[in-house]
Each structure stands twice: as structure tokens, then as C-alpha cells.
Design a protein around this ligand. Structure first.
Ligand code: SAM
Length: 476
């Protein structure tokens, strides 16, 4: 079916944006994409979140809460029409797209900014090429706990926001463990380090809670905040033993299934470290048969805070942490505006697409006004929302360029709400996509919980925010 292109009517951007105006523009854009919005019963929350990975060998080692599941990638590849070639994930996280696509026979490239996701991906690749001696050595660590006999001079790095995160005994054990693993071969040490990263949250007083780390009331740091009990806090020795057993178990059962690492390697994974805003412009055009990704949502989640324990353990210091936070796609109230044209002069078209998106401009004017009237619970929200959409516009512009003609882009994302106004991220980004030449094939909406008509709530509900998988195609 031919896709109608939105025509932009002249619009007085400086006019005060009222809620009525937002509602009218929202209704117009909804109407424009009405036939594309489809409630997809098979897209459960489990599938579109990390939950379905919790029992999946290899994926379950490190719980990347903001990840999606390998089963989702299998579903999309199965039901989509992805041609042979390479798949890209510009926000690779812990590498779900890369590994799942690779296992289905595709070469896969990933870009990831944060060292924690990169470390998980690289360690997992390392785990696939361990020798029998390496495995034996890891088994020795699991059984004999050699770190117990070494010195406990401080070796775990800390950040201001992680100070006091562990019970004293576990902290000492972590120091010894880090000290001891330094004398292992690089391949064994990498897996031991991965196991450490996998248990840090479990053995700490903290819990990842989207925008920040939540502190258990047993910690000295918790102070006068609300009472919070995260439940059992495992001792480090117990937690690491369980984790090493799980890692070895998964590797060994794969080896038994396919012969010791004789499993044919159907695709190749390449990881490019850094920000996709810097890296995408350097990638060759028309080169990917599909892009499957999930960017940070516009929801104030601060990955540099929630993953601070892991980042500190990887040696990230205060200055680097601040730099990483700023380099991330704007999704926190602390992100400063990025000078996108200075970053890349070719992005004028992408910026124009955002400038001309009427619903977005109306929402931004409204949020600016709410900020000026001191009605936002954080004054950085307006800047964050603006930064999010403009940076996403530049990203989508580049993704269109690198996708092969006829190639598809799948994106998982959530709508958000600020100052009482629902922001249809799905419709606004799809509108940018159309302006770059994408055909919006579908916006697959996740069904709602019990008691709601999924059709009504899914497509038009204001109470619940849509969670979607967008399917766009680059024209031939
Ligand atoms: C929703 S998560 C993706 C999770 C991934 N789908 C998985 O299953 O593991 C978004 C990721 O984007 C990364 N990210 C944020 N800003 C980035 C940027 N400018 N360039 C590259 N990666 C970025 C974050 O570090 C995070 O890992």
C-alpha cells in the first residue's frame, strides 16, 4: 500500500503551545499512522524485555535489565523478510541482537558506548574459544576458591556513587579475587572478571532502579531515605561460585551438544566501541540487510548510575563517567545539549526533519513553558526531550543511509509522559523516518494487561503508554 507522506503546513512555532493543540496534532499523526498501528499478540512483555533471557544459556550470565530477549530477535528474523547479509545494532547493549542473529547465520556488527555492555560481549566471545585447560582452570577456581589465600590489598575501584556498596566481608573477598585473577592467563582472567561483574549487584547493598541505584537500609549510606530491603544479599564467595558453575555449565553443555567448540560458527560478530553518533557517519552506505535495535528510551534512565558498580570495577573514574553520561544519547536530565551540526555538518536535513515535526515542536514549546513556570519536577526534562528527539533524528538519518535498499529496521521503544502529556515517541520517530525515505510498514504495539481492551488501549489509550516494535523499510 502506498504510504501517504505528511505535508507540513506552515506553523507559528513561537505560539504558546496549549494542550489542545498537542491533542489535535497527536490525533492527526495517529490518523496518519492508523493503519500501521497493529496490536501484535505474540509480542509479550517477556519477549520484549530481558525476562525471556533469564533462563537462556549464555544470555543469563549478565542481567542487562534494559536488554530485550534473544527470542525476540529469532521472532523478528523468522517473521520478517530479512535478506542475506549483515545485521547492525547501533545500541548493542550486552549484545542480544549480535549473538542471536549470529546464531541464525548472519554476520552482525554492534556499536556500544558503555564499557559494561562491551565487556559482556567480548567475554562471551572469549568464552566460546576457551581451551580445555582454560575450562579446567575456571573449574579449579570454582571448587578451590584460590582467592581466599591471597592478600586483600584494595584492588576494587570505587566511584563516589558506589562508596560503601558492599558488606565489609564481601568487599575484602572482591579485593582478593581481583588480586588473584591478575596472575591467570588473559583468557581465564577475562572469564573470571566477567563472573565478578555478573555478581556485583547481588552481593551489594544496591539495586538497579532505572534512574539511579537504590540503597538497602542495611547500608551505612542509606541515610534518611525510605526503608528499603532488597532481600537476601549473597556473600561474595557463594555468589561467585554459583556464577562460575553456571558459566561452566552453559559452556560444557554447548560443547557436549556440538563437540568441544566444534560448533560451526554461522556468522561473525564485530563490536565497534564508542558513540553511534560518532561512528555511524563513518560506516559505508547501503551495507546492512537489517538493523535490529533498541535505543535508550526517553525515560530519564541513567545507565551510568545504574551500572556504576560495574563501571567502577572496570576502572572507569569520575571524569570518564561524566564524559560517558554526556556522550550517551540524551535520556537523562543531566545531559547537556549536543551541538549536532558541529558533530556532523551533513545532519542539517535530520535537524530540519525534527524542526518541522509539528507535534514534537508543540510538545517542546509546552515543556519549555512548563519549565519557565516552574511546573516541571526537574527543569532538565525539557532539554532532555529536545536532545532525545534531535539526536534520534540524526541517528535515524544515518541508519537510513547505511541500510541496503529494501532493508528493514526494527526498533523497540516506549512512549513516555511528562507534565501530564503523553509523548508518542513511536509516531514522532516514524514521522522522521518517513521524511528520510523509510516506508513505515508497521508499528507493532504490545498487548495490554488484563481488563483492558487491547485494541482500544493499545492504539488509543491515554492511561497506558504504548510499548512498540517499529518496522520500517528503506525503499528499493
Ligand atoms: C536499551 S539498551 C540496548 C540493550 C540491548 N538491546 C540488549 O539486549 O542488550 C540501549 C543501549 O544503548 C547504549 N547507548 C546509549 N547511548 C549510546 C550512544 N550514543 N552510542 C552507542 N550506544 C549508546 C546504552 O549504553 C545501552 O547499552
Amino acid at each position: 500500500m502506498a504510504t501517504e507522506i505528511i505535508t507540513f503546513v506552515p506553523f507559528e512555532l513561537s505560539a504558546p503551545a496549549s494542550l489542545t493543540e498537542i491533542e489535535i496534532l497527536e490525533a492527526e499523526l495517529t490518523k496518519h499512522f492508523e493503519t500501521k498501528l497493529t496490536v501484535e499478540k505474540q509480542l509479550t512483555r517477556q519477549l520484549v524485555s530481558f525476562q525471556a533471557n533469564k533462563a537462556a544459556p549464555f544470555y543469563r550470565w549478565y542481567k542487562y535489565k534494559e536488554g530485550f530477549s534473544a527470542a525476540l530477535i529469532a521472532f523478528l528474523i523468522d517473521t520478517g523478510e530479512i535478506g542475506p547479509g549483515k545485521i547492525l545494532d547501533p545500541f548493542a547493549g550486552a549484545g542480544t541482537t549480535l549473538f542471536a542473529a549470529r546464531d541464525l547465520g548472519f554476520d552482525a556488527d554492534g556499536i556500544e558506548l558503555l564499557p559494561i555492555g562491551r565487556q559482556v560481549i567480548e567475554s562471551r566471545l572469549q568464552a566460546e574459544s576457551l581451551s580445555a585447560e582454560d575450562l579446567e582452570r575456571i573449574g579449579f577456581w570454582m571448587l578451590k576458591k584460590p582467592w581466599k589465600n591471597v592478600s586483600d590489598e584494595p584492588s576494587l575501584k570505587e566511584l563516589r556513587i558506589t562508596r560503601g556498596a558492599y558488606p565489609e566481608q564481601s568487599r575484602l573477598s572482591i579485593d582478593k579475587y581481583i588480586h588473584a585473577l591478575a596472575s591467570e592467563t588473559p583468557s581465564v582472567a577475562r572469564i573470571l572478571k566477567l563472573a565478578l561483574l555478573c555478581v556485583l549487584e547481588d552481593v551489594s547493598y544496591t539495586r538497579k532502579d532505572g534512574q539511579y541505584l537504590r540503597w538497602d537500609s542495611r547500608s551505612e549510606r542509606q541515610g534518611g531515605g525510605k526503608f528499603f530491603d532488597k532481600g537476601t544479599i549473597l556473600s561474595f564467595d557463594d555468589a561467585i561460585t554459583i556464577k562460575l558453575e553456571q558459566i561452566l555449565g552453559d559452556i560444557n553443555s554447548q560443547a557436549t551438544q556440538f563437540g568441544l567448540f566444534g560448533q560451526p560458527d554461522p556468522g561473525k560478530i564485530s563490536l565497534i566501541p564508542g558513540s553511534c553518533l560518532d561512528i555511524l557517519p563513518g560506516l559505508k552506505g547501503d551495507s546492512y540487510s537489517a538493523i535490529i535495535t533498541s535505543p535508550p528510551y526517553c525515560n530519564r534512565y541513567d545507565y551510568t548510575r545504574t551500572y556504576a558498580l560495574e563501571l567502577a570495577a572496570l576502572g572507569v573514574g569520575e571524569v570518564e563517567l561524566t564524559k560517558l553520561r554526556q556522550a550517551m544519547l540524551s535520556c537523562t536530565v543531566e545531559n547537556k545539549a549536543k551541538d549536532l551540526i558541529k558533530l556532523n555538518s551533513h545532519w542539517a536535513e535530520a535537524i530540519q526533519a525534527a524542526d518541522r515535526q509539528l507535534l514534537l515542536q508543540s510538545i517542546l514549546t509546552f515543556l519549555d513553558n512548563e519549565r519557565d513556570e516552574k511546573r516541571l519536577n526537574n527543569s532538565g526534562i525539557a532539554r532532555m526531550v529536545r536532545g532525545y528527539f534531535y539526536e534520534m533524528s540524526c541517528t535515524l538519518f544515518e541508519l537510513y543511509r547505511v541500510l541496503a535498499p529494501g532493508g528493514q529496521l526494527y526498533m523497540v521503544n516506549d512512549n513516555v509522559r511528562y507534565a501530564g502529556v503523553g509523548i508518542s515517541v513511536d509516531l514522532i520517530l516514524s514521522s522522521f523516518a518517513e521524511s528520510f525515505g523509510f516506508i513505515v510498514e508497521k508499528i507493532m504495539v504490545l498487548p495490554r494487561g488484563k481488563g483492558n481492551s487491547s485494541q482500544q488501549m493499545g492504539l488509543h489509550g491515554r492511561e497506558q503508554l504504548r510499548k512498540c516494535v517499529y518496522v520500517w523499510r528503506k525503499s528499493l
